[in-house]
Write a protein that binds this ligand. Sequence first.
Ligand code: NOJ
Length: 843
Amino acid sequence: MMLFNLLLLLFIGLVNADFSFSPRVYPSPQGGRSTADADWEEAYEKARAFVSDLSLIEKVNLTSGIGGFGVCVGNTRDLPNRNMWGLCLQDGPLGIRTTDYNTAFPAGISAAATFNRDLIYDRGMAIGREFRDKGVDIALGPAIGPIGLKALGGRIWEAMGADPYLQGIAGAETVKGMQDAGVIANAKHFLVNEQETDRLKVSSNVGDRALHEIYAWPFADLVHVGVGSVMCSYNKLNESFGCENSYMMNQILKDELGFQGFVVSDWGATHSGVNAITSGLDMDMPGTAGMLQSQSYFGANTTISVLNGTLPMERLDDMATRIMAAFYKVNLDQIREQRGPPNFSQQTQNDTDYLYPPVEMGPMVTVNQHVDVRTDEAYRVAYETAAEAVVLLKNRNNTLPLDGKKVKKLAMFGKAGFPNDFGPGCGSVAGCQPEQQRGASAMGFGSGAATLPYFITPFEALNERARREKTMVDYSLGLNTSDPSFSVPAQISHANVIFAMSYAGEGEDRENYTLWYDVDKTIEAACKLNKNNIVVVTSPGPVDMEKWIDNPNVTAVLFTTPGGQDAGQALADVIYGDQNPSGRLPFTIAKDTKDYVPLSTSKNSTSPQDDEPEKVDLLLDYRYFDQKNITPRYEFGFGLSYSNFSLSNLHIVTLENPSEHLPDPPQWKEPYHSNDTSVSATDALFPSNIKRIPGFLYPYINSTSQADKKGSYPFPPEYSTKQKSKPSPAGGASGGNPALWKVAYNVNATVTNNGDRAGKYVAQLYIGYPASDKFPSPPKQLRGFDKVELEPNQSTEVSFNILTRDLSVWDSVTSSWIVQRGDYHIYVGSSSRNLELHSTIRI
Ligand code: NOJ
């Protein structure tokens, strides 16, 4: 029987040793069939009632973008007969983009570096409120992919660290906060979108186990807390584009992870109509087919496909129902009634604009009401996140915090701390392009950037703080270190602060790990002149510090990821000790840059293959360094404090020993069948009372003959419209089989602050799985963290819940999770390499 099952699975392509292609899985699981997701039930009831009344055209409108010229970055068409204006989708993960009077929060990577769940939730809530109050329905964040496989990846700062557990917890807290505020969150980018180079065509080739245990893992956390939407990615995944990959969307996302919301394409990532839709795509954005502004794979083509019988109406109903279920889940019906439509336009900063901007048609209408959505709470969260994200890497002889009584002369060097010649955002809605980045940065560039209401540079904040101490301040931005403007202050100051940076964004990976503006030379020169040099690095990802890190005259090093509007203030407060640093590295910093996973560059190929993910397999970030016994410069999870903490009393309580195999998942309800699926081509004709505006996309057909059946659609042999009767063994509820989410063990330990300052400490729990030939696993993996605040001499308990999923490996043979029998090593410590406490659990 086992053998038969294996052969069957091999046959249908679900087991695949090298996984060089993506198997096809149909049909797309219908939403709302879960019996274990009480929080979706009411939303589905309302959504079904709403959708059952809609015409074909209205359903198409809900699922298709209107093109690239709406007030939001993505828009669906109005449903005037339902008293519903179109849905507004807007970037991005660190705050609302292309508008004004909004907060520019620290980036996702910085939220992750705080390792502070409550603060991450608060950040999500504060972000969500601003989107809600600007009139956005679907906020395009958080980014929980890239996972951080490529240290040079241009967008790793948007996402939440090089570890699936960290991304999962940080992403889920963000989603909870955003959706509690009343906006649909969007988990992006699904999946293995690890580099910007060739992002529109590269195939990321990944093994099935890593796909589940590393890349899809954090998405399960977000689905578990009810995220309303997921964005499929530009890249191919095992040779099939993310937005038409049925294994990814139908099998993993909608079946195994039990996702009840809707999948929206990345902008222009849709490459087909029927193929994408039957593979699980529910909404196409912005609606245009690639760069062809007036054509769409969805829109009228969806209408035609339903009318000619290619696309079952039931699938279109499911798409519309999933969208509306997410809508009702976050109470958008009530919120929209109180708030009204979007009160801004991403097309212009002016108050008014043409009704149809691309063609300058229609009356001028007020588009930007300049609603101030900021709150004191948002500013608090932005500042505190920036402060708690600062990582102290080196602090010889307690150089930091600076004592204003001793440091009476302070000098600052390095462009990275000073105002940018081109302004903080370079006047662009996409932030500063690298060639304009000539100073301190608050964020990266691209769709993940937001307008800064202000930006406090490190120079501004330190200058102000030092002045209050009556400390003399000097600085030089000259790159010539023999110039007296550098050499004199560098020599006579009591402390030099040298700012170093690197920068990245959407569409452009970093070229190397080198710090910008030759700052290595500045640091080396300063070290020759002065014994007290503090280096501050701001970077989206790991950088090479090897030239100077061991120099004894580099007395302190601080590492910051993009910190938003208050980045400089937060830094100055840490430097002067108003804040005790408590950030932890959300990735590993290597000694040898060869130990990072390189970008895949095959510029001339039309179908570039990135096999690197498959080669790395499960060994993401610190897992690789651990497995290969390579000592990093600074390990994942590392960060110092101005206090000293100790850990003791590891204590494990067994709540429920997990079984080896998951119990059967909760059954699905019978598929839903709408009563009336009859449609008429005549009803879908372009109405004579509507004027066609160039540049906008419509759901209508021009002639009924477009609906005629012409030949047959080349469905693959696996294609089926018959809904499965039950979920996959791993599925059955939001986030997967509920048994995965059961708390199996509770782990406690005591933390004591032995220092003379109050401070925060991040206790980290790592698990090493049993040695196994069948499921070789990384030496250890993060499976818990708990941040606590302690006064001097105070002790407190840290506590971790180990869930069944935290002990599970993905078995491609049974397509499910397994908890192996054997000894599990439980480590609790201060970083991935400093694990003070150890015990084992025998299962
Ligand atoms: C492309 C980006 O990849 C995505 O993250 C963003 O949300 C959309 N563009 C919309 O701007």
